[in-house]
Ligand binder design. Structure first.
Ligand code: S6P
Ligand code: ZN
Length: 189
C-alpha cells in the first residue's frame, strides 16, 4: 500500500533518510549550505523501498518523498546518481506535489522534465538522474527499476550536475551550472 498523501509505503523492506548533514557538496552555494545546517539538520528526503534479491529480472519499487525547502535559492533535491549497471532504465510516476527531473548523460546532453501528479517520466539507460521539489508541499513519486541496477553516487558527487534548479524572484528557473560538460571518460563504464 502506498499512501499518496504522505508517500509512506507499507510494508516497506527499507527506509532511507537523507538529512542536510549527509548532503555536503551537493548544493551549489556552500556558504548557504553551512548556514542552513547550523540552524537545523533538516530532513531533505526519504525513500521507502522494496528489496528483492539483486538479480537480473527482478524489479525494485519504491517511493521517494522530497520535502519543501531551499539551500540559498536552490530547491531541496536528491543527491542524484547513475545506475552502477549503466544500461538499466527506470520509470517515475508522480503522485503528489510538484517537481522536476534533471537528466544528463556522459556525452554532455542534459534535460529537465516537469513532474506533477499523474506524470510518468522515463529515465533511459546511461542517464544520470536527480529530482527536485519545486513546490510548497512534499513532492512524492514512485520509482521502478531493475533490481540489479545498483547506484553510482560518486560520479555526480565529484562535480555535480550540469543543470541547477533555483527560485529567483518567485519563479522556478533552470540554469547551467559552472560545470559545462562531464570530464572525459567520466560516467562511462
Ligand atoms: C533509484 C531511484 C530512486 C532514488 C531516490 C533518491 O534508482 O532513482 O529511488 O534512489 O529518489 O535519490 P538518490 O539520488 O539519493 O538515490
Ligand atoms: Zn535511479
Amino acid at each position: 500500500m502506498i499512501d499518496f498523501e504522505t508517500g509512506v509505503m507499507l510494508p516497506a523492506d527499507g527506509k532511507i533518510e537523507r538529512r542536510l548533514s549527509q548532503m555536503k557538496g551537493v548544493f551549489a552555494d556552500e556558504k548557504a549550505y553551512l548556514a542552513c545546517l547550523e540552524k537545523e539538520d533538516s530532513l531533505v528526503y526519504e525513500v521507502y523501498t522494496s528489496t528483492p534479491p539483486e538479480r537480473e529480472g527482478d524489479l525494485i519499487y519504491c517511493t521517494s518523498v522530497i520535502y519543501p525547502g531551499k539551500v540559498g535559492d536552490e530547491f531541496y533535491m536528491t543527491k542524484g546518481h547513475y545506475h552502477a549497471k549503466r544500461g538499466t532504465s527506470e520509470v517515475y510516476l508522480c503522485v503528489g506535489g510538484r517537481g522536476m527531473l534533471v537528466l544528463e548523460n556522459p556525452h554532455g546532453d542534459s534535460t529537465v522534465l516537469d513532474m506533477y501528479p499523474g506524470s510518468m517520466s522515463y529515465i533511459p539507460p546511461f542517464w544520470a538522474h536527480r529530482t527536485v521539489n519545486t513546490g510548497s508541499g512534499p513532492f512524492i513519486f514512485i520509482g521502478v527499476y531493475p533490481a540489479d541496477a545498483g547506484h553510482d553516487y560518486g560520479t555526480i558527487e565529484a562535480c555535480g550536475m550540469m543543470k541547477l534548479v533555483l527560485q529567483r524572484g518567485g519563479q522556478t528557473v533552470v540554469l547551467d551550472s559552472q560545470r559545462a560538460s562531464p570530464k572525459a571518460g567520466e560516467g562511462l563504464s
